[in-house]
Ligand binder design. Structure first.
Ligand code: NI
Length: 182
């Protein structure tokens, strides 16, 4: 089922996600609906907050994005990205690696808005997957950026909160009033 994606100004986007204790039928149905919703909206990531459910769950699929490549490592070995996508991250924790670099981002909750955001280029992730198994990996490129963007959603943080002063200047007042300084 395609879910409604809530947009900027909606209180669910500012809610910190509750930790998930149990993977039950309802959660698996939500994951399936979120995947359908993300693909229909042509997005590379979606957090539960964006469908009005503040819990520690996000999904990502960067497979097929050729102009912004990603690399993923498990146990220090490079893995085939296609085999790992789509990715379901439950209760994720991040370790950020490297000096922040600017890169363009959009968000399904901000239709049409694109802005440069500085983020560390590499990330180490610890999460639980949809089968309840531990998922530990490192990523760079678009995947590292997408993971950080979605992780932020789970904390109630939005990409407009992370703009440089210069990028913020370019933003319409319509969006600027929703900025919360992290
Ligand atoms: Ni987003």
């Amino acid at each position: 089922m395609i879910l409604e994606i809530v947009e900027y100004g909606h209180p669910a986007l500012r809610a910190k996600g509750r930790k998930i204790e149990k993977i039950d039928h309802d959660l698996l149905q939500l994951i399936s609906d979120m995947l359908e919703t993300m693909y229909e909206a042509d997005g590379v990531g979606l957090a539960a907050q964006q469908v009005g459910r503040p819990i520690q769950l996000c999904i990502i699929d960067v497979d097929g994005v050729t102009d912004r490549p990603s690399t993923m490592w498990i146990d220090g070995k490079k893995v085939d990205l296609s085999e790992e996508m789509p990715m379901v991250l439950i209760n994720p924790e991040l370790e950020l690696i490297g000096k922040p670099k600017a890169g363009v981002e959009g968000c399904l909750s901000f239709p049409g808005l694109r802005a440069d955001v500085e983020r560390p280029p590499r990330v180490k992730v610890r999460a639980i997957d949809a089968e309840g198994q531990p998922l530990v990996f490192e990523a760079d490129g678009l995947l590292a950026r997408a993971v950080q963007h979605e992780y932020d959603h789970l904390q109630g943080v939005l990409f407009i909160d992370r703009l440089s002063a210069k990028e913020e200047q370019k933003l319409d007042a319509e969006y600027r009033k929703y900025i919360v300084r992290p």
